[in-house]
Ligand binder design. Structure first.
Ligand code: 13P
Length: 261
């Protein structure tokens, strides 16, 4: 059984005060309760090591929000995959729409990062998704497949094995307007079928995660159909008590669904 993965993407938020309160409370209130969910925290780079010290002897893992395409050398301001590995990071988010939009990242550099992460034994979380305009033009599936295909063109289907694909429709991020479950199901099943046509086992081994305005009140809708294997949570991960309630609620619903089937 795949455990449901909840990743708290803090983006450009957090400070020592927030971390001291937040991580201690998360450890105290939810670490021991998690049977069906795995939790990972994605803080800004500068806090990764500090948070990792808190997470020793817990089931909670560490996610980085980005990585450079180079391993080492004269690349001022960058962070390499070896450094992330060195400090205990497990997952690396790449291709987030905010990086595509504000930092000119494209499918080509993202595919290089994906391959680098995978080849260094960490797990890439590849964010894909369409703009509102592309959605209106019925291009969602085409755009998502293009974002995946670029990786396949630079490698082969095995590179996708045991990785994470996060469907994050751009119009749903930070808007308070999440995609509905039928839309999510349509996209994820399309991608899964496409990957299964290349290798059915690899399609099964991929984690399909949804991100875009997930919160305590709407998370039930995403869980019922058992299509998605996790959430990427932005804004709702920044209020500690609410985030703890969100994780507890997901754990409870998933345990009920599993014990029913
Ligand atoms: P929100 O949950 O704030 O919409 O952000 C989603 C996201 O971008 C996670 O990576």
């Amino acid at each position: 059984m795949k455990k449901f993965l909840i990743i708290a993407n803090w983006k450009l938020n957090g400070n020592y005060k927030f971390i001291n309160k937040n991580i201690n409370l998360i450890k105290k209130k939810i670490d021991n309760l998690l049977n069906y969910c795995n939790l990972s925290i994605a803080p800004p780079f500068v806090y990764l090591s500090y948070i990792n010290n808190f997470l020793k002897n817990t089931s909670i893992s560490l996610t980085a929000q980005n990585v450079d395409i180079h391993i080492k050398g004269s690349f001022t301001g960058e962070i390499s995959i070896k450094m992330l590995k060195d400090i205990g990071v497990k997952y690396v988010i790449i291709g987030h729409s905010e990086r595509r939009l504000y930092h000119n990242e494209n499918n080509n550099s993202i595919s290089k990062k994906f391959i680098l992460i995978k080849n260094n034994g960490l797990i890439p979380i590849l964010c894909i998704g369409e703009t509102e305009k592309q959605k209106k033009q019925n291009e969602t599936e085409k755009i998502c497949i293009q974002q995946i295909d670029n990786i396949l063109e630079n490698s082969n289907i095995n590179i996708l094995n045991k990785t994470i694909i996060a469907y994050e429709p751009i119009w749903a991020i930070g808007s308070g307007k999440s995609a509905n479950m039928n839309e999510i199901q349509k996209v994820i099943l399309y991608i899964k079928k496409y990957i299964a046509s290349l290798n059915p086992q690899i399609a099964e081994n991929i984690y399909f995660v949804y991100g875009g305005s997930v919160n305590y009140s709407n998370l039930d809708i995403f869980l019922k159909k058992k299509i998605i294997n996790g959430f990427l949570v932005g804004k709702a991960s920044l209020t500690t008590e609410n985030f703890i309630s969100l994780v507890k609620k997901a754990e409870k619903i998933i345990s009920l669904l599993n014990n029913r089937s």
